[in-house]
Write a protein that binds this ligand. Structure first.
Ligand code: GLY
Length: 401
């Protein structure tokens, strides 16, 4: 194990440690103490918040062994997660200082729409920030911006293929004439939201068509997922499934599978279409069945160097949040319990001393992997792991209440 640099333990650090260990799960049980984990996230959010002086610079990652956030500008695909963390931390705490910061870090992201849309990530960037902001404050200016964002995202839809183009830059670079990634299913939530909030029915239709097309292309017959589907632009046919961030074209990239679980549960919430619910369930079954003994996925389930491969806490957090939503839609008690318990097991492990960053750095969680093939963000703290961990805790709290 590589040694982490230890920060001086401040009063808040001691509080965090007390909360963490008083909340430790009993051996043999899987239940984290939700409120205490929320308190941990709130305390750590305040620490980061008070250290940031510029509101147009957003925490993205803390590399293994480092203690400080590396930051990005508004145009990075992860820029919306920090404001999203602030909105969730405000929701969990009611702390008006956090609310002020949530607004301060959300507003600069309007600049994302000042340049032409270049990829599907608008949903991640603007729905996590302005979307949560609108849900909580009902600020009409947020609504206007979200409706513009949805229209912008919809311009990437290719009706011949039936999906949104995820990465325009990859058409030339990789010779992927029309490409759609599994992550893109998350961004359909912006379109569904817009169609219910003053946008056109067409936005809903695009989201449904995209989800249906991906069900038959990005999702393989055994309910594992490709990262990228490549389509022909002349007749729209599916050419091949490939990877970008996974181990191999045919391997199972853990976060991709987690995006699928989360995305199809959301698509069922928004449409009531049973095929989306069944898809979310089957994707979750694969994820659960392939988890290693310690309960947190390796970055790719098929990396041949397992058990020496890095883990991906972010995939666990996304899957946990998605499975909590999924379990709420199921009618029979056994299935309901299955996905809820699977989510709680993931959260319990993430809430253990092994995965919590505690006083090691300013994030919530350690051990995420962003882009292994590029050698980037390996065994790091990453902002979206924190975002979905906090979201999952809030979802669990609502279920408990
Ligand atoms: N959406 C990019 C990723 O999951 O890394």
């Amino acid at each position: 194990m590589i040694k982490m640099k230890i920060l001086p333990i401040s009063a808040i650090g001691i509080l965090i440690l007390i909360l963490t260990f008083s909340c430790a799960t009993k051996k043999g049980t899987e239940m984290p103490c939700t409120q205490k984990m929320l308190d941990y996230c709130i305390a750590k959010t305040v620490v980061t918040m008070n250290r940031l002086d510029k509101t147009d610079s957003f925490p993205r990652n803390i590399n293994h062994g480092q203690t400080q956030w590396n930051k990005v500008n508004i145009h990075d695909w992860t820029s919306g997660f920090w404001p999203g963390v602030l909105w969730y931390a405000y929701e969990a705490s009611g702390d008006s200082a956090i609310l002020t910061k949530a607004k301060d870090f959300t507003n600069p992201l309007s600049g994302v729409l000042a340049v032409p849309v270049e990829n599907h990530d608008l949903g991640f960037m603007l729905f996590c920030s302005f979307g949560n902001g609108f849900r909580i404050t009902k600020n009409p200016a947020y609504k206007i911006l979200l409706l513009q964002a949805a229209d912008s995202l919809a311009t990437l839809f290719n009706p011949k293929v039936g999906t949104i183009l995820s990465w325009p830059a990859m058409r030339k670079k990789m010779n992927w004439p029309h490409n759609t990634i599994i992550d893109n299913v998350i961004n359909l939530e912006l379109l569904f939201w817009a169609s219910k909030n003053g946008g056109t029915q067409n936005l809903y239709n695009i989201a449904v068509k995209h989800a249906e097309t991906c069900m038959h292309t990005l999702i393989r017959p055994d309910y594992t997922t490709y990262h990228v589907a490549v389509f022909d632009t002349i007749d729209g046919h599916f050419i091949k499934g490939v990877t970008h961030q996974g181990f191999a074209d045919n391997s199972l990239w853990a976060r991709g599978q987690a995006w699928g679980i989360y995305g199809y549960a959301m698509c069922f919430r928004e449409t009531g279409k049973p095929e989306f619910l069944e898809t979310a369930q089957k994707l979750a079954d694969v994820f659960i069945n392939r988890l290693p003994k310690d309960g947190i996925p390796y970055w790719d389930f098929d990396d041949p160097v397992i058990p020496d491969a890095p883990k991906d806490a972010s995939a666990a957090a996304v899957a946990a949040s998605g499975m909590l939503e999924l379990s709420g839609f199921l009618k029979d008690n056994a299935s309901k319990a299955k996905y809820k318990n699977a989510a709680i097991s993931l959260l319990a492990k993430l809430s253990s001393a092994e995965y919590l960053s505690n006083d090691k750095n300013h994030s919530f969680l350690l051990h995420s992997t962003g882009h292994k093939p590029n050698g980037k963000e390996i065994d790091a703290s990453i902002i979206y792991a924190d975002y979905y961990y906090l979201e999952a805790l809030l979802r669990l709290k609502k279920i408990e209440n």
